[in-house]
Write a protein that binds this ligand. Structure first.
Ligand SMILES: [Zn+2]
Length: 225
């Protein structure tokens, strides 16, 4: 439970940096309750229902903000799992979202789709590492992880795999609700691809980076069939 306090400190700082004083103050109170009476009741009460902490989005609408927001989610998730003795897993971990035209099958994954996928793959190992260190607050230097050599390698491998599947990669953000760039009809809808990407090693390199991109039904469709 030593990590519990570290996670609270990180959550507090992420909220403070994003200007959310309301939630920052509540987390600060949770730190106090932990320090003075080892109580986690306040923190547990932030979850579930409307306007709960798990619905919060932090960070700006840019790639750095996305990484901050996912770091926040992962830490929140970890604290929750720690308190309830659950293992961390997510249905979304192996899927990247993109869009596809229902008329002409034009398919596209953009930079934002990619940046939502990457930190969910890359940050869990880094969080594990840093929580064991005294300088765990360095986790907040999100740009270091976002632009590291390792991340850039995974990113370029992913773009390669995307283009191999004849999916157009775009580095601008285009909403799903728009005209298809190919047939000009308003038929673009969300689509998910399964990505098999093993990041067991701390330092991914070309040799230990098996990567595979397959069009896949979204997990909720699998549940139905
Ligand atoms: Zn089209």
């Amino acid at each position: 439970m030593e990590n519990y306090r570290k996670i609270l400190e990180l959550l507090y700082e992420l909220l403070r940096l994003s200007g959310d004083t309301h939630w920052a103050n509540l987390i600060n109170k949770d730190i106090y309750n932990w320090d003075t009476k080892k109580s986690t009741r306040g923190f547990k009460s932030h979850f579930g229902g409307m306007g709960s902490i798990n619905d919060l989005t932090i960070g700006e609408q840019n790639p750095k903000g996305i990484w901050q927001s996912i770091l926040f989610d992962l830490l929140l998730n970890r604290a929750w799992n720690m308190l309830y003795n659950k293992s961390t897993s997510s249905h979304y971990d192996n899927q990247i979202q993109g869009s596809v035209c229902d008329n002409c099958s034009y398919a596209e994954i953009n930079l934002y789709n990619l940046e939502y996928f990457l930190p969910r793959k890359i940050l869990p190992n880094i969080i594990n590492n840093y929580l064991q260190k005294d300088n765990f607050m360095d986790l907040l230097k999100i740009e270091d992880f976002q632009n590291s050599v390792e991340t850039n390698l995974v990113r370029s491998k992913l773009i390669e795999a995307i283009e191999k599947q004849k999916i157009h990669y775009s580095d601008s953000r285009i909403a799903i609700n728009r005209d298809c760039p190919k047939c000009k009809q308003r038929k673009m809808s969300a689509k998910y691809w399964d990505i098999k990407l093993e990041l067991n090693q701390q330092q991914p390199n070309n040799k230990n980076l098996p990567l595979n991109l397959t069009p896949e039904k979204p997990w909720w469709k699998k549940l139905r069939s």
